[in-house]
Design a protein around this ligand. Sequence first.
Ligand code: ADP
Ligand code: MG
Length: 236
Amino acid sequence: MEIRNLLRRFDGKAVVNDVSLAIKPGQVTCLLGPSGCGKSTTLRMIAGVEPLDGGEIRVNGRQVAGDAGLVPPEKRGIGLMFQDFALFPHLSVADNVAFGLKGPRDEKRDRVRSLLERVDLLRHIDSFPHQLSGGEQQRVALARAIAPRPGVMLMDEPFSGLDNRLRDGIRDETLALLKEEGAGVLLVTHEPEEAMRMADEIALMRNGRIVQSGAPYNVYTRPVDLDAVLFFSDAN
Ligand code: ADP
Ligand code: MG
């Protein structure tokens, strides 16, 4: 997926300004920056739930948003995980994971079982969300998002609601599963530590713009300016 020169204005002010990103199969690109810098707006434009004021988005060379019009969100081959993207409370774990799946019933059942096994929740296949812990719910949400084999997974601060004790384990599990499935990932976070841990590539954002991008080690050891130094050190 290629994101080029995205622009979004609210009340005449550009909150996303000339943002370009590449999301590659099997790689995690991390959009990192302080609260309010425009990360979620960028992600919503990519997801197709926020209009563009400029720029374009291409998937495998085909424009899905831009001057040629709009491909609706459900046809973009995108999976979504948000902090507050809740499971359907009235559906079982199995039905939650099967929700976005099409095709023969047997195939769907096999896909659901293998994913639940993969996230170590097969014993909860017939449970309901309220019977699970926060971390377990998060793993079901991951299985649900990855089930239709999206080419790109968009994640907006998906681990912020979890306590510290759980977070590292779930981060590592999530990363391993996404890599196995070969999805390209765009991970939005305001935590440098999370970006350093998970990203193949970091795009550092500030005031609507990407001010620096590169491998985590390079971004961390060669900060572009004093604000970047402060941003990285604030969190420690
Ligand atoms: P982040 O996710 O980095 O915290 P957001 O993308 O949510 O930042 O917001 C970027 C800026 O755009 C903020 O100043 C926010 O107040 C503003 N903003 C976001 N959505 C809207 C909207 N629908 N109308 C007006 N301003 C908005
Ligand atoms: Mg946000």
